[in-house]
Design a protein around this ligand. Structure first.
Ligand code: PRP
Ligand code: URA
Length: 209
């Protein structure tokens, strides 16, 4: 069964508070999402496997460690997931990036896929799906379906804020997927927005309405 981790690091929680604040403008919002994504990347890579190598220091030979195991693939869900990519790449500069374009139909709240472009070797990579919001869970669920259909075998999901409904949907449909969150909120409102949430992540990142 996939695990759900709420990343309680004080810096993540501090910055998330300003991301939630409706008085935070577009520029600052974008910067904060970038910073929180980098901090979350630090937390979720704790368990990456290492291998021992020998390195020559200026003094002597030393046994030391470097990353081993699967390479990483970052999969932002367009649009809002794009805001999390650069922060992640700061710490994982060799990661490949695949894009899944989905929007949520405002009437039905069902996701509609309009774009997909992935690295050719997704089956060999550890994929991290990025989206600031996990609301009904429909978008992340469909993105994960799409990745699995194309051969992906190792997938995690990283979101800034989730509603319990979205977490339950992913746990039920994709029990192999670990979920990493900055915050787990109370509920969805009648329009499918997370309460208390942060509003519309795409609009706040890009200054649209
Ligand atoms: C938002 C958000 C998620 C989705 C979450 O995207 O970025 O992708 O809604 O909702 P769900 O869990 O109920 O599917 P939106 O559809 O607003 O598209 P955008 O990023 O292009 O603005
Ligand atoms: N999408 C958003 O951007 N915000 C929400 O609260 C729910 C879906």
């Amino acid at each position: 069964m996939g695990n759900v981790f709420v990343l309680n690091h004080p810096l993540i929680q501090h910055k998330l508070t300003y991301i939630r604040d409706k008085n935070t403008g577009t520029k600052e919002f974008r910067e904060l999402v970038d910073e929180v994504s980098m901090l979350m990347a630090f937390e979720i890579t704790r368990e990456l496997p290492l291998k021992e190598i020998t390195v020559e220091t200026p003094v002597t030979e030393a046994k030391a460690h470097i990353l081993s195991g699967k390479k990483i693939g970052l999969i932002p869900i367009l649009r809002a997931g794009l805001g999390m990519v650069d922060g992640m790449l700061n710490l994982l500069p060799a990661a490949r990036v695949g894009h899944v374009g989905l929007y949520r139909d405002p009437e039905t709240l069902k996701p509609v896929e309009y774009y997909i472009k992935l690295p050719s070797d997704i089956a060999e990579r550890k994929l991290i799906v990025l989206d600031p919001m996990l609301a009904t869970g429909g978008s992340a669920n469909d993105a994960i379906d799409s990745l699995k259909k194309r051969g992906a075998k190792s997938i995690s999901l990283m979101c800034l804020i989730a509603a319990p409904e979205g977490v339950e949907l992913i746990k039920e449909n994709h029990p192999d997927v670990d979920i990493y969150l900055g915050g787990l909120d109370e509920k969805l409102n009648e329009k499918g927005y997370i309460v208390p949430g942060l509003g519309d992540a795409g609009d706040r990142l890009y200054g649209t309405k």
